[in-house]
Design a protein around this ligand. Structure first.
Ligand code: URA
Length: 197
C-alpha cells in the first residue's frame, strides 16, 4: 500500500471512531490532511467550531494565520501535513481530557509512522507535551520550550521537534504573534540548512 492509501485507511477509522464520548457531539471528525510525503508535520490540539463543520484542520481564524505563517516559510498547506492530538472537537472547545488524549493519540502515532517526517512542529502546550512525553523530554510549558530544536528518537525514527505557540494565541496577544513569526523564521533557516526547502 502507498502512504496515501495507508493514511486514507487511518482516516476512515477515525471517521467511524467511537472510542471516547466525543463522537456523540461531533459533526465531523478531523483526521488531518496534507502531503503523505511531507518532511514536516504540524500538530495542533483539537478541532474547533469550523474544523468540526468542515472536517478539515485549521480552517478557522487560527488556521488563516497558520496559512500566513506557512507561506512565510515557502510552504502551502498541501505541501505539509497538518494534524491534531484529538480528531474530534471537544464541546465548547474545552481542553482535551487525559482519557481522550490516551484513546485518540494512537491515530496520530500511526500518521507519524506512515509519513516519517524529518521535523515535527508542535503547536502549543498539548501537542508539545504529548510529543515530549513520547521521547521522554521534560516539558516545562511552551514559553520555556518554544523556538528551539530538539533531536529525538520517536517510534524508531530520528526526528527534530520544534515547539512553538499555538496560532490561536496570536489572536489575543500581539506578543505571541510576534514570537510565532520569529519562530517560523527560525524554522525556515533550519529547513534551508537541512536542504528541506
Ligand atoms: N486549533 C487546533 O489546535 N486545531 C485545529 O485544527 C484548529 C484549531
Amino acid at each position: 500500500m502507498s502512504r496515501k492509501e495507508l493514511l486514507d485507511a487511518i482516516a476512515a477509522e477515525i471517521l467511524a471512531c467511537r472510542k471516547c464520548e466525543l463522537w456523540k457531539t461531533r459533526k465531523n471528525a478531523v483526521p488531518g490532511e496534507g502531503s503523505p510525503n511531507s518532511q514536516i508535520m504540524f500538530i495542533g490540539e483539537a478541532p474547533g467550531y469550523w474544523e468540526d463543520i468542515k472536517g478539515k484542520p485549521f480552517v478557522g481564524a487560527a488556521g488563516k494565520f497558520l496559512d500566513t505563517l506557512l507561506s512565510e516559510i515557502g510552504f502551502s498547506r498541501e505541501t505539509v501535513f497538518i494534524g491534531n492530538i484529538l480528531k474530534c472537537r471537544p464541546p465548547r472547545n474545552r481542553e482535551p481530557l487525559p482519557d481522550e488524549i490516551q484513546k485518540c493519540t494512537p491515530y496520530l502515532d500511526s500518521q507519524i509512522r506512515i509519513i516519517q517526517p524529518k521535523i515535527i512542529v508542535t503547536l502549543g502546550n498539548y501537542s508539545t507535551n504529548y510529543i515530549f512525553s513520547k521521547v521522554m523530554l521534560p516539558f516545562n510549558g511552551i514559553t520555556q520550550t518554544h523556538g528551539k530544536f530538539y533531536d529525538a528518537s520517536i517510534l524508531d525514527m530520528r526526528i527534530t521537534i520544534f515547539p512553538t505557540f499555538h496560532p490561536a494565541a496570536s489572536l489575543y496577544s500581539a506578543r505571541y504573534k510576534e514570537q510565532l513569526i520569529r519562530d517560523f523564521h527560525k524554522l525556515k533557516r533550519e529547513l534551508k540548512e537541512k536542504g528541506l526547502i
